[in-house]
Ligand binder design. Structure first.
Ligand code: QAP
Ligand code: CO
Length: 174
């Protein structure tokens, strides 16, 4: 499967993704292809909607201390649900679908997540730190929400201006 990451302002990023019901070879092929495109793009998280598949599927691969993405660090979550949220934390986020822009976003510090793995087995995880932030960011994608949707009005205006300029410069380079 050859996948392309879609970028803001593509309207498909606002779609609400559908629950996965079949844990079959097609799902496994999607997961494997998503992992390939995420690594190639230097991402640490990717939701299926970002590659035009509106399914409740997300991947996270937080690099270890040596900053290399090891295969054992890969987490695949199907139909994830946050069951408990504790505390508050702020982190400068980015997104493969909003290239070159980063801004501080407030999230829950610790979360408990219930999800299914690629074979449909139900799993539970307690997450904090960067993993917690990444899961919240990716679950937002499944509901059609981007991190820029969480900015204040003034910061969003500034983003739109900067982003338009970046897109124009990118176009002129081609
Ligand atoms: C989501 O984000 C995330 O602008 C994953 O030019 C964000 O992988 C999880 C990226 C913050 C946890 C904390 C962004 C790559 C990658 C860019 C990403 C870019 C190239 C973003
Ligand atoms: Co994102």
């Amino acid at each position: 499967m050859n996948l392309v990451i879609i970028e803001y302002p593509d309207k498909r990023l606002k779609e609400k993704s559908k629950e996965v019901e079949k844990f079959d070879a097609e799902l496994h092929a999607l997961l494997d292809s998503m992992n390939r495109v995420m690594i190639k793009s230097n991402g640490i998280g990717l939701a299926a909607i970002q590659v035009s598949h509106p399914k409740r599927v997300l991947l996270i691969n937080i690099p270890d201390e040596s900053d290399t993405q090891s295969f054992d660090g890969l987490i695949e979550m199907i139909n994830p649900v946050i069951t408990k949220k504790v505390g508050e934390t702020v982190y400068q986020e980015g997104c493969l679908s909003v290239p070159t822009f980063y801004e501080d976003i407030k999230r829950f510090e610790t979360i408990f997540v219930s999800y299914q793995d690629r074979d449909g087995n139900t799993k539970q995880v307690e997450a904090d730190g960067l993993l917690s932030i990444a899961i919240q960011h990716e679950i937002d994608h499944l509901d059609g929400i981007l991190f820029i949707d969480k900015l204040t009005y003034a910061k969003r205006k500034k983003f739109e201006k900067e982003y338009k300029k970046m897109l124009k410069e990118k176009k002129e380079l081609k």
